[in-house]
Design a protein. Structure first.
Length: 377
């Protein structure tokens, strides 16, 4: 067994153990007990550097993040979501925070004592995040923030938000600053949203929320780069989450094909079924290869990482959707019953094609890279 296999197995075993805690949570809301348990199992520590209370050396390895996410997703999407949203919420502080901000915010998040969330998207600024409009006005000792954030994972229950707001009008991505906003801040109102899956997610309304200077993250007007650096680290790992779910679906389909009888024989004896399974396994393996090669490129700091992560996220999330759909086809009607693993995965696999850069935007990144090369030739 390689170190990689071991890390994925550790994550998968932990997810199996934590699944009962995950199931006990309220659908669509933060499960604090689960986040605490993820810390107790040492899993949160595995995705943070030692300087922020974690077990990773100087910086987080994208490969390790992928291994943990794939291992968790194979066993429990709720456990996987809880770990990832917590890490995504705290990472802008790892990227740009002062030692004091890391001590105050990130270390409690790694211990599972504080719930984090990443707040970039707005009702009129999703893919086009540089158009965000939530205003941050300079006042004595800090800023007052007003506006709306939408589709924020872990909202409205989070203890703090790494939140991106406009400090300079009409400058698009050059006029955005990152802030740490307390979940209990006066003037902050949140509402839960209910999606197709049980993802904890909500909307935030800020009405003159005061944020002290000590909670500005990095340099004023340089917050967009903090958001992008965070998302660059996570992009390939969205693909790892997707292939974890797809692997669970494929395993279920292979097992079912061996036991389900039709016309007096197991359905795996029909070539239409067995070749479909072979195709699913092949595509899934190709997706996995792309994901881990993009994560390795990230860890090596290669310049091609933007294109490769885009390819990995695009191919893995689209493939996972196809594999889960095909697994349902192999099962027939039984997979559509509420509560069936595949009914659950069918709902869960949809969002990764949208969040952290839609499939269309990944194609845009890949195409731009192709044309940049053509122009250089
Ligand atoms: C489950 C879930 C969790 C999320 N969690 C978070 C979170 O924690 N924090 C956060 O900040 N956000 C979060 N989001 C929001 C997510 O990042 C946005 O939904 C995403 O960026 C897309 O924005 P949008 O939904 O506004 O779609 P839009 O930007 O309105 O896009 C609509 C369509 O237009 C296409 N499109 C737009 N521009 C282009 C273009 N230039 N070229 C080609 N096609 C284009 C898109 O690809 C898409 O098909 C979450 C979303 C979901 C579903």
């Amino acid at each position: 067994m390689t170190d990689r296999d071991r890390l994925m197995a550790v994550a998968a075993e932990a997810a199996r153990r934590l699944n009962a805690v995950a199931q006990a949570g309220e659908a669509g809301r933060v499960n604090r007990q689960l986040i605490r348990a993820l810390a107790d199992e040492g899993l949160l520590g595995r995705v943070f550097p030692a300087s922020a209370g974690g077990k990773q050396p100087a910086r987080l390895s994208a490969v390790d993040l992928c291994l943990v996410r794939e291992g968790l997703a194979r066993e429990s999407t709720a456990v996987e979501n809880a770990l990832t949203i917590q890490a995504l919420g705290a990472y802008p502080i790892v990227v740009a925070g002062s030692d004091e901000q890391i001590r105050r915010q990130v270390i409690p998040a790694v211990r599972g004592e504080a719930v984090a969330a990443f707040a970039l998207t707005e009702p009129d600024a999703g893919t086009d995040a540089g158009a965000l409009a939530l205003r941050a006005e300079r006042v004595a000792g800090g800023y007052r923030l007003s506006g709306v954030k939408a589709f924020i994972s872990n909202a409205p229950d989070a203890d703090f938000y790494t939140l991106f707001a406009r400090t300079t009008p009409d400058t698009r991505s050059r006029g955005i600053t990152a802030f740490i906003v307390a979940g209990q801040a006066s003037g902050l109102k949140g509402t839960a949203l209910s999606l197709i899956s049980d993802h904890p997610i909500g909307r935030l309304e800020l009405d003159g929320v005061f944020v002290p200077d000590g909670d500005v993250l990095g340099d004023v007007n340089h917050g967009f780069a903090i958001a992008m650096r965070t998302l660059d680290l996570f992009r390939a790992s969205v693909g790892a989450n997707a292939i974890g779910m797809a692997q669970a679906a494929l395993d279920a389909a292979v097992a079912y094909a061996g036991t389900r009888l039709a016309f007096g024989r197991p359905i795996k004896e029909f070539q239409a079924v067995s070749h479909r399974l072979a195709e699913m396994a092949t595509r899934l393996e190709a997706a996995r290869a792309l994901v881990y090669s993009a994560a390795e490129a990230y860890d090596r700091g290669e310049p091609s990482v933007g294109r490769r992560s885009a390819m990995a996220k695009l191919f893995a999330t689209e493939t996972a959707q196809q594999v889960i759909d095909a697994s349902i086809q192999v099962h027939g009607a039984v997979a559509l019953e509420r509560g069936h693993l595949l009914e659950h995965l069918y709902r869960e696999v949809r969002a990764p094609r949208i969040y952290e850069g839609t499939s269309e935007i990944q194609r845009e990144i890949i195409a731009r890279d192709l044309f940049r090369k053509t122009t250089q030739n």
